[in-house]
Design a protein around this ligand. Structure first.
Ligand code: F6R
Length: 252
């Protein structure tokens, strides 16, 4: 089933998506959450933290696996995804840090790190809910256009458009790492629920192409149309080029 929630704005989007994640935690306190970094989920992490502080959410049994990490950045580097997750969520709630996992971009054996990451997800029993943002070129995780849908966790060369987009968070474009480790599309597709969030006018065409366009490796997120339980939460701006009129639409 593909459900699309239209939110008024980023704040409402964050609240709706956080509600879905809390429902998952309440239904299964020992759930495995697949998490994302980037601008899109920041409001969600703030909302989850607020509900935790109010005593409405308990992360003590939750495990997490993040989608991706830059190669060559360690946990102490403020641009690393591990640092992002610690500061935006893990340090703010009662999750056991040992139950949080981000690929190690400093591993000596990077291929080995990819295999162990897939193995870890398997040992945890798979991902109950995977949160995703959406790249301007349709990437999910760092699965760039043209990637095979069959891959597990692997090493990628970032595309020029992703380097451009992510350079806003670095001092200069030259500082953006050129490679990353990412969960593959196969891993993402095996999650019980996929929750994708998109906000802003700059995502409007790619949201339309990903969910109303043809399924093709050229738009990696389009494969999600084949997922058994996909929830898209997007704001009006991100849905402004898509044929949705209602606040809640079931595509199929
Ligand atoms: C982040 C990730 C990326 C982002 C995507 C959108 O862990 O895997 O795929 O979700 O680049 O980024 P934002 O949310 O910054 O627009």
């Amino acid at each position: 089933m593909i459900s699309i929630y239209k939110a008024k704005d980023y704040k409402e989007l964050s609240r709706k998506a956080a509600n879905i994640i809390s429902a998952q935690i309440i239904m299964k306190p020992s759930c495995v959450l697949g998490l994302a970094t980037g601008t899109s989920p920041i409001g969600i992490y703030n909302q989850l933290t607020e509900w935790y502080e109010k005593g409405d959410l308990d992360f003590s049994e939750v495990s997490t696996v993040n989608l991706d990490e830059y190669i060559g950045l360690d946990a102490a580097n403020p641009q690393s995804y591990r640092y992002f997750m610690n500061t935006n969520l893990f340090d703010r709630v009662n999750i056991d840090i040992h139950n949080t996992n981000v690929p190690n971009g400093m591993a000596e054996d990077l291929e080995g790190e990819c295999d162990s990451y897939d193995n870890l997800i398997h040992v945890l029993g798979g991902i109950d809910l995977q949160l995703l943002g959406l790249g301007h070129n349709g990437h999910i995780g760092f699965n760039e256009p043209g990637e095979s849908f069959e891959k597990g966790t692997h090493i990628v060369d970032l595309s020029p458009s992703t380097i451009d987009a992510n350079s806003r968070l670095f001092e200069s474009k030259e500082d953006v790492p050129r490679r990353a480790i990412t969960m593959g599309i196969r891993t993402i597709m095996q999650a019980g629920i996929v929750l994708l969030v998109a906000s802003g006018k700059d995502k409007a065409y790619i949201v339309r192409d990903a969910f109303w366009g043809k399924i093709s490796p050229e738009v990696p997120a389009s494969v999600l149309q084949l997922h058994k339980n996909l929830i898209v939460v997007a704001d009006e701006d991100a849905l402004s080029k898509s044929p949705v009129t209602d606040n809640y639409t079931v595509l199929r």
